[in-house]
Design a protein around this ligand. Structure first.
Ligand code: PGA
Length: 254
């Protein structure tokens, strides 16, 4: 039996890519992507948003950003606001990625502010949560993830929570070639869903999409994506590869 939630495959280009790659990737995704029942989002660096928006117009691929500032405008050198993302037709935005948490001091409180700003501007947040290797080895992985989830979504109305997507990305699996096993991932997704049932409502828990991220590629995608609680993937390295990303989309198109 198919899942009720529509699969979502999001590519996080991080500080990589070019407009040339966008065109090549779009071509590599044809014709399947238009007919597929999978939602596809690519999150390039800010500098590419405008031109990639033009490249993706008239296609079913949507555009996402990798970051946003919580304020609307002002003296925040180097930052980009949600209103500016709106102008570039950005529909999605990654928040709380572990690289931003670790390298740019993105705290749960900041994640929550960014989520609020994005929702006010009609941009769907992809809220990332995930434990480090030490936390997993110490048996704290579930409590760490639940805490990030609670803080990241705290005080949001149920319909706002439903506009969020959660991405579970164990830090030890990001860019390392080491994925969580499908059981480890599915079990954490189940924990997240149970927590959402308490935090929010049963409806939020059953309808919200939870993506897995961390070394997803065309070879391992099918096994991860067929798990009952995994609704898609947040893909880093393999989203930059024309011989990988289309295969991940195909693997979720079941
Ligand atoms: P990866 O990155 O697929 O290269 O492991 C995933 C991510 O950071 O979102």
């Amino acid at each position: 039996m198919g899942k009720m939630r529509k699969p979502l495959i999001a590519g996080n280009w991080k500080m990589n890519g070019s407009i040339g790659l966008a065109a090549d990737l779009l071509q590599a995704m044809q014709p399947g992507v238009e007919e597929s029942s999978v939602e596809v989002v690519i999150c390039p660096p800010f500098s590419l948003l405008q031109s990639m928006g033009e490249c993706f117009r008239e296609t079913s691929v949507s555009l996402g950003a990798q970051n946003v500032h919580p304020q609307i405008s002002g003296a925040y050198t180097g930052e980009t606001s949600a209103a500016m993302l709106n102008e570039m037709e950005v529909k999605w935005c990654i928040v709380g990625h572990s690289e931003r948490r670790a390298q740019f001091a993105e705290t749960d409180a900041l994640v929550r502010q960014k989520v609020g700003t994005l929702l006010q501007h009609g941009i769907q947040p992809i809220v990332c949560v995930g434990e480090s290797l030490e936390e997993r080895e110490a048996g704290k992985h579930e409590s760490v993830v639940v805490e990030q989830l609670k803080n990241g979504l705290s005080g949001l109305a149920a319909d706002d929570q439903l506009r969020c997507t959660i991405a579970y990305e164990p830090v030890w699996a990001i860019g390392t070639g080491k994925t969580a096993t499908s059981q480890q991932a599915n079990s954490m997704h189940l924990t997240i869903r149970r927590e959402l049932a308490e935090l929010a409502t049963e409806q939020v828990a059953s309808e919200i999409r939870i993506l897995y991220g961390g070394s997803v590629n065309a070879a391992n995608a099918a096994e991860l994506l067929e798990q009952s609680e995994i609704d898609g993937a947040l893909v880093g390295g393999a989203s930059l590869k024309t011989d990988q990303f289309p295969g991940i989309i195909a693997a979720s198109n079941v």
